[in-house]
Every structure is written in C-alpha cells, then in structure tokens.
Ligand binder design. Sequence first.
Ligand code: FAD
Ligand code: AMP
Length: 478
Amino acid sequence: MADKFDVVVIGGGPGGYVAAIRAAQLGLKTACIDKWLNKEGKGVFGGTCLNVGCIPSKALLDSTHKYEEAKDHFDVHGISIKDINIDVNAMQSRKEQIVKGLTTGVAGLFKANGVTPLEGVGKLLAGKKVEFTNHAGKTEVLEAENVILATGSVPIEIPPAPLAEGLIVDSTGALEFTEAPKRLGVIGAGVIGLELGTVWNRIGSKVTVIEAQDKFLSLVDQQVAKEASKLLKKQGMDILLGARLTGTEIKGKEVVVNYTDAEGEKTATFDKLIVAVGRRPYTQNLLSGDCGVNLDERGFIFVNDKCSTDAPGVYAIGDVVRGPMLAHKSSEEGVMVAERIAGHKAQMNYDIIPSVIYTHPEIAFVGKNEDELKAAGEKYNVGTFPFAASGRAMAANDTAGFVKIIADAETDRILGASVIGPSAGDLVQQVVIAMEFGSSAEDLGMMVFSHPSLSETVHEAALGVNGHAIHKANRKRR
Ligand code: FAD
Ligand code: AMP
C-alpha cells in the first residue's frame, strides 16, 4: 500500500522546508521531496537560497567586504597592513563550509521535527497523489491529504547570451569563479547582478553592468537609487543604462558583447560575462495534465492570496507563485499554508515585505516609496536622516547614505521606508515591525533607542517626518 501523508511538500527550499517543519510541528504527518544534488552528488535540502542563492552570495560579499575594508579603509583607524592578499580558493571553501553547515542543518531540523525527507523528483498527479522517483530511479506513488508545491525558480536564459562553460555564466556560475576576472561584464542591474558584480569588483575585476532600462533600480525610491548609483560608480563599477544586449560571441578566451544604446550599436570585450536578467518559475515535469493546477500567463502557478491553487487541497508557495522572489516571502507563505492546513486562521501581509540589496552600503526598503506615492497622488510627509550625522556611523567610518521614512500626511501612519547605508537590511526591519503594528511616525519617534547605535537614524528619520528631528535641521518646524 502507498504511504499516506497529511502533507507532502514538493521542493525543499526556504518555502518548502519551512512549510514542512511547521506542518510537522503542528502534528501533521509530513514528507518533503527535493531533487537537489550538491557538488558531491549528495541529495540536500535548502534549495536555491542555501545552495546557490542568498547564503553563498552573502558569504562572498562578506569576505570581499572585509578584504576591501582592510585594503582601503583601515588606515583611518591607524592600522596599516603591508602585502594584503586574498586567497580566492580559501574564500570559496569557506563559502562551501557555510552552505554545507546550513543544508546539513535542515536535514537535522527535519529529523528533530519528524519530517520524512525524500530525495528525488516529485510530480503532482490527480487526486492529491504524488509520484516520487528517487535518485536511483525507483518510483512510488504517495497519497496526501494536502500537497504544497514549492519548486522555486531558475535563472532566465536569453537567446543573445547562451551560457558557455566558464565564460558566460548565470548567477550559479558567478559564485564559482576561482579568480577575479580582469574584465567582468554583468547583464542586468537587478539585485543579483549588482551583488555578484560587487563581489568581484572588490577583489580586482573591472566590472561593467549593462542594463536595458533607462532608470537605475526602477523599483527602488529614486533618491536612494541615485545615491546607490553614485556610490557604486565611486567603487569603480561602470553602469551602462539604456543598454540592451543584442548578442555575444566567444573569441578564444574572451566574450565579445554586442549591445545597443541611445548612440547605436556598441561592443565590449570581457573575460567573463554574468547573465543576471531575472529568474523564472520552475514547474518542469511537475504537473500531470489532469492534476487540476493551472499556471498564469507568465508561467507562475496560479494561486489566491492564501496560496490555494485551483485544485482543492493543493497549495503553492515561494518563487513559483506571484509576488517578489525572496526567501523570506517564500518561508512566510510556507508557514501560512501549514497553519491553514492545520485549521488555524493564518494570513500573510503582502504589503509589508522588506527587500534588501547586499551591496555596501546596503539598500533596503519596505512598503511604498516616495515615487509610488507621488504617482498615486497621495499626500505624505517625509523624514530623512543621513548616516553622516550618526555618531555610531562615524565611529565605524561608515557614513554614506540615509534613512527615509514616509508617513500619511493626515494620519501619520507609516507607509514605507527606504534605507541606504550600513546595516540597512537590519534597520529597515525596525520599520517593518512598526508598520505591522500600524505605528505612526510619532509612535516610532516616542520610543527609546539606545545610544550610540545605527538604529538612532531610524528614530531621527521618524522624528523628522513631523519636523522634530534633533540631530539635523528640520525643514519644517511644528
Ligand atoms: P527554491 O529555493 O528555488 O527551492 C526550490 C526547490 O525545489 C529546489 O531545491 C529544487 O531542487 C526543488 N525542486 C524543483 N522541482 C522539483 C521537483 N519536481 N521535485 C523535487 N524537487 C524539486 N532572496 C532573499 O530573500 N535574500 C537574498 O539575499 C537573496 N539572494 C539571492 C542571491 C542569488 C544569487 C539568488 C540566485 C537568489 C537570491 N535570493 C535571495 C532569492 C531566493 O534564493 C529565492 O527567493 C528562494 O530561494 C525561493 O525559495 P523557494 O523555496 O520558493 O524555491
Ligand atoms: P532582476 O529582475 O531584478 O533580477 O533584474 C534583471 C535586470 O536585467 C532588469 O533590470 C532588466 O531590465 C535587465 N535586462 C533584461 N534583459 C536585458 C538585456 N537583454 N540587456 C540588458 N539588460 C537586460
């Protein structure tokens, strides 16, 4: 007889593994299927995020940030270092160890919570049955009361830049370079392109980013985007806007790139090219024709705001469904679905999902930005506070950027925040918490923030919304 589960999750990334753990915690008999094989050919859970996404990219960003700090910024502290070097192989093996630690950790969490791990491929059949084929090719059919699809996404490939072993790579390949390419091209100035470009720029690559859109970081508050563009250029990155890739050619060990911009056709030559033009939902061989689950016009699994698909008892979460492709969005959807399956009234607030770009300085935002509010004709007040006026930022010699908080002009309720500066990702989270509790800028301003801390910049920006900032001159006094 086939195994019967309360919940079968297909996909063990941050959406799927979190959903599986939460379901098991709630007493549901749960299995999680994942087909990922690591470099040693071993089945691992953790998906894109732990294996080739958030975690390895941050490991490399942290290593290269420390190198750059030591090389270029320690002298102000009176520290001089002679003959500074970076061993890229050591940096890469540190990254591998972190990935290994975390993926092993997921296996441990499955064990601790009683989730059945199934290494292999899952396919949804009609009637909430799941066909599971293990890595040895053995197939069985699992029966499930509920199925959660969490198969994630993969990098988009574009015809003008087919991947070419070691020369034209996607984000996964860009995490694997064994030395900094002398001339590195990056197609796409999105989050992934900028983060990966930053890694190699810091340790010696001459990086050129080719971006089709005329606007830099079009989804980000444009005051922040302008500051980011200025700072990244200062770090040595060339960012070509309004430049659309039209073709690539491998010539020996070089990649010749053709693109068009306002002036016409251009070429550029690189030692390596990273294609980072976005990701697409991954549903290959996932759905049998009669399973009842539908895709939307862009290929995402169609779901409602509670992540239910068109097939009763089948849910989908994470990158494979609409919404921002972010690990924390995937995980929270996983928790919501597991809790709803267990009969709880869980829901998710899609209006308050923070985003972070882990360049230095970091760029982070949540809720509505000023450009969106202006375009919608909303009335709002803005408070900003520069890190240059923060004692803590000065002590750390990390003063670029600012915090910007926006509140409704009538109610003072916080509508959004954008931060560019040190620890922006952590700072914006304070505004996330405030927004979740429906806080006004005044509420945030009345709270006590420890001194000296970077958090004080959030406090001051909140005070600034109503013209009460203490450590900068307010434009508006009330
Ligand atoms: P995934 O993590 O993609 O996991 C899906 C899993 O499903 C995979 O393990 C796959 O093997 C498995 N699978 C697919 N089909 C099947 C099948 N039929 N049978 C069995 N298993 C299957 N997000 C952030 O929030 N912060 C960041 O800093 C960040 N940095 C990133 C950096 C890079 C370089 C990249 C590429 C992504 C980054 N992301 C980041 C995005 C983040 O990784 C994704 O949003 C997140 O991993 C999505 O989670 P998921 O569970 O939906 O899917
Ligand atoms: P994201 O979706 O945030 O990962 O960003 C991907 C970026 O790649 C977007 O800003 C796109 O405008 C950009 N892009 C997509 N196709 C091309 C192309 N052919 N040439 C240059 N940039 C591109």
